[in-house]
Design a protein. Sequence first.
Length: 428
Amino acid sequence: MNYIESVDVEGFWGRKKVSLKLKEDLNFLIGPNGSGKTTIINLISAVLRADIPALYAVQFEKVSIRLKTIGANRKPIIEVAKVVDKKMGSFELRYTVKEKSSDKGRTYGVEGPYDERLYRDYRYTRSRRYMEEGARLSSILSELVEVNWLSIHRSSSGKERTRRRDEEYESSVDQKMHDISLAFSQYFSLLTSKAEAESKNFQEHVFLSLLDQNRRGGDVLGQVVAEPEDKSTVVGVLRDLGVSNAKATKSVNMHFSRLDEAKTRFEQNSGITLEDAITLSDASRVSEMINEWRDLQSKRRAIFEPRIQFERIINTLLSGKELHFDERNNPKVHLASGDKVAIDVFSSGEKQLFILLGEALLQEDRPVIFISDEPELSLHVSWQSSLFENIRSLNGSCQVISATHSPDIVGAFHDRVIHIEKCISDVH
């Protein structure tokens, strides 16, 4: 996969040129209202996702996005040129995709109506074909980049939104939470399947070890001077093998009693019986089983680490409540009262936090280009300073491109700030 190395836009807002150099980890676009930072990240996202309606909505002549292949000296290029034919009353978007900078590239054209409102109108007869072209292009581009575009709706400055717009906002956020919750359930179910496969391998090893005759006498007698395994550990292993707690405890107590007697006779040089030899052999097998079980626990912890880490991070930010996943891998809010309720009880800021961190986790450490517009909206100031540090903890491979007004969002990453007004120049 690739990350973005640079972005160049010609004809931006008519006679302006945009030139951005991006870092492969964090990039914060800052600038006053109306400076173009949101329009630019919208344009970057639209180009990479082949969002044809969004491309029609932004005034530009040509966009060139230079990528950098991770772990290789290859630099693919994605170019989009907007050709306007006023006489014919139409646009044409020409995509050129180059696998490397020296390639001639493949060109794809999407023709649309001059009035972009018609493009967005599904009733417009030809618009369906244009949307299909966009989907085909998106599939081609996804082989080069994976984009996660997150834009939380914003209220109009200085004006109250109508009740309908408020409802639409809440509906979109709640729908996003529902989608992420469903994705969590599917992802964690896969982790559970991996853990169960490791448990099955452990059980097979234990059963096959019963037929293993490669033990030497010295190994068995070495069990006499070795420290015995903790009883509770052995009980835990048996429970993992499906033995009830009562049966496991009884069997373990009997085994340790026999082992103590055998060790006493051996240490007193009073000779050992056949039963003692069998007990010592059993103890050697138990010790090996415990080692395998500890290895299993280590593997299980590694498998479930994404879920554990997500819970740990979000719970350090929540107050008066905690988030945990139930046995079906559905997120539940644990209140201080002891009640377990649905995540609908989250405040608007908590919902946004859940969405932002959830998106990062679900990227599964892939090199995703994570684009966000003013993520600080609705977030408590104390959350803002650690937001992208937490996002990078959940996916250290993602490239973040974020437009923001908040110095708290930037935090300690001042060297990753891009002043957007310095990247836009007039062309005479």
